[in-house]
Design a protein around this ligand. Sequence first.
Ligand SMILES: *[C@@H]1O[C@H](CO)[C@@H](O)[C@H](O)[C@H]1NC(C)=O
Ligand SMILES: *[C@@H]1O[C@H](CO)[C@@H](O)[C@H](O)[C@H]1NC(C)=O
Length: 181
Amino acid sequence: MKLLLLLAVGLDLAWAQQDQSQVPVQQGFSPDQVTRAWKTLNLASTNRSVIEEGGAYRCFMTGIVRLANGNLNVTYFHRKDGKCVKEFIVAEKTDIPGRYTFEYQGKNYLTFVAVTKDFLIMDYENHYEGNTLIVAELHGRTLLSGKLGLVAYLKHTARRGIVAGNIEDVSLDRKELAGVR
Ligand SMILES: *[C@@H]1O[C@H](CO)[C@@H](O)[C@H](O)[C@H]1NC(C)=O
Ligand SMILES: *[C@@H]1O[C@H](CO)[C@@H](O)[C@H](O)[C@H]1NC(C)=O
């Protein structure tokens, strides 16, 4: 009985790891590298409608703060019913540095794929009612410096099976944030 239980736990773990096996995580990740202000340049998804106007992942990330327990507090601006609202995601750390989880329309895995002083590539894998949705985001320290991440970003979207038509440049959509603090 005990052996069966152990086996089940083992399988569970193997499954949990398998979920994210295609997503590389930044080697030597440290939260200090990402805790600052950011500007969103690109959004991409396996389902285009979620990153289009009004979509659940049509969001602009403006900053990341580290909490005392090691989790991350990520600030997003998101359009809701025609209004731009500020939202916070508390990403809970996992055993793997650079990989976090949180609940938002199902279970989400957040992976910091690439982190440099200029840009940040974030991968969201959402599991909801048996469906898997992938969202990949490119953020820059500034709009200009973020462009340095474009090649690595496009490599990542290709790796995740996101077609070119599902990648949006939102870097000039600052008006969506206008008037919101
Ligand atoms: C894409 O997302 C929209 C909005 O969430 C949803 O209604 C639709 O069913 C999704 N399409 C697929 C193929 O999952
Ligand atoms: C995240 O940051 C916001 C803004 O500072 C704050 O209101 C919120 O309480 C923070 N969340 C947590 C869990 O600390």
